[in-house]
Design a protein around this ligand. Structure first.
Ligand SMILES: NC(=O)c1ccc[n+]([C@@H]2O[C@H](COP(=O)([O-])OP(=O)(O)OC[C@H]3O[C@@H](n4cnc5c(N)ncnc54)[C@H](OP(=O)(O)O)[C@@H]3O)[C@@H](O)[C@H]2O)c1
Length: 333
């Protein structure tokens, strides 16, 4: 089968096409013919061994994905496609089912076929959704959900989502709204209308206003894009308020520090948990019309390098989709 592979960590042009052996599903796995995938920040970070995040992060990244070079040659975490083969112990899926999901640290979706355990993060595509629309359901939303679950969001609680226009932010706004909280979203000028349309009660343009200086306070501040800090946000939290980061070694350290009862604090799920039941929850939200992944650009997989360069600008709005075969736009809804 054709796949996008890489053998050394580095810039986007380490990615190249190669004919590789088609994987064979184990007893409890399905083989999926991939029709659409995405370029996420995880794909980017792993490919460059997190060099842009400093030496310490780069070392941790290499310990996870291979010290000298990538242990898994095929990137791609999110996928949507059709079940081609099922292992003998599989009961939830049948040949021909339309599925979407998120692979683990083995990646593997930048290929014509990939294997995944049926008990892993895989579910049926909601009716009426194309492969391109389904591929970006998981990554941003599972990251957002994992963070927001720590914050007891409900009616009467207030949240500020910083970086509301990224993959995690666009999902975070919709999920916070679903949980009943009052949502203030912060993004750049070009994304204000989009973010409002996702359900934000109020929007702030960070190029014009600094939310830390307007005197307003929130129960929760969700830094969905890793561009703020607990130190700078602290004054905008109510007593007992929580700051939810998406990454950053400093935040992990702060989250592990004991905090006085009722003190403002950093909360981060350690170790990260994104279980299959959360994928099924997202599927239900999509079916109920309460969540939709935002798609910025779509590229044929042949343009994976160009798509990756765009993601690396850190200016994508929502998600960037790769189409793996020509009729992935929804030919077989
Ligand atoms: N997605 C993942 O796979 C993943 C996994 C783990 C951790 N993370 C981390 O989570 C963070 C967000 O990931 P993501 O995939 O959601 O990001 P993303 O989609 O790449 O975020 C892009 C958005 O960030 C906004 N932005 C850029 N600079 C900003 C700034 N200074 N202030 C406010 N907004 C800014 C831009 O919006 P405007 O045009 O509106 O400014 C753009 O729409 C990153 O730090 C990433 O490393 C991501």
């Amino acid at each position: 089968m054709k796949a996008v592979v890489y053998d050394t960590y580095g810039p986007p042009d380490v990615l190249r096409f190669e004919d590789v052996e088609r994987p064979v599903p184990k007893d409890d796995e399905v083989l999926v013919r991939v029709r659409a995938t995405t370029v996420t920040r995880s794909d980017v970070h792993i490919r460059e061994a997190n060099r842009s995040n400093g030496r310490a992060m780069s070392l941790v990244s290499r310990l996870v994905s291979g010290v000298r070079g990538p242990r898994h040659r095929i990137l791609g975490r999110e996928f949507a496609g059709v079940v081609e083969v099922v292992g003998p112990a599989v009961s939830e899926f049948s040949v021909g089912d339309r599925v979407f999901g998120l692979s683990g640290l083995t990646f593997g979706a930048y290929a014509e076929f990939m294997c995944i355990r049926e008990s892993a993060r895989i579910a049926h595509i909601p009716a009426g959704m194309s492969f391109e629309e389904a591929a970006p359901i998981c990554d941003g939303a599972l990251n957002a959900l994992m963070c927001l679950k720590q914050a007891d969001l409900r009616k009467g609680r207030t949240i500020l989502v910083y970086g509301a226009s990224g993959a995690i932010g666009t999902a975070g706004v919709q999920l916070a709204r679903y949980f009943g909280a009052e949502v203030t979203a912060v993004c750049g000028t070009k994304n204000l209308e989009l973010v409002k349309s996702l359900g934000a009660d109020r929007v702030i343009d960070y190029t014009k206003d600094d939310f830390t200086k307007n005197g307003k306070t929130y129960d929760v501040i969700f830094d969905a894009v890793g561009k703020h800090s607990f130190k700078r946000c602290r004054g905008s939290l109510k007593p007992g308020g929580v700051y939810l980061p998406t990454d950053g070694p400093v935040n992990i350290f702060l989250a592990l520090m004991p905090a006085r009862k009722g003190a403002k604090r950093v909360v981060f799920q350690l170790p990260p948990r994104q279980p299959k039941k959360d994928v099924l929850f997202l599927k239900e939200l999509v079916e109920a019309g309460q969540f939709r992944p935002v798609i910025d650009r779509r590229y044929p997989v042949e343009d994976v390098i160009e798509a990756t360069r765009y993601v690396e600008t850190e200016q994508k709005t929502g998600n960037v989709v790769l189409t793996v075969s020509t009729d992935a736009a929804g030919g077989s809804r």
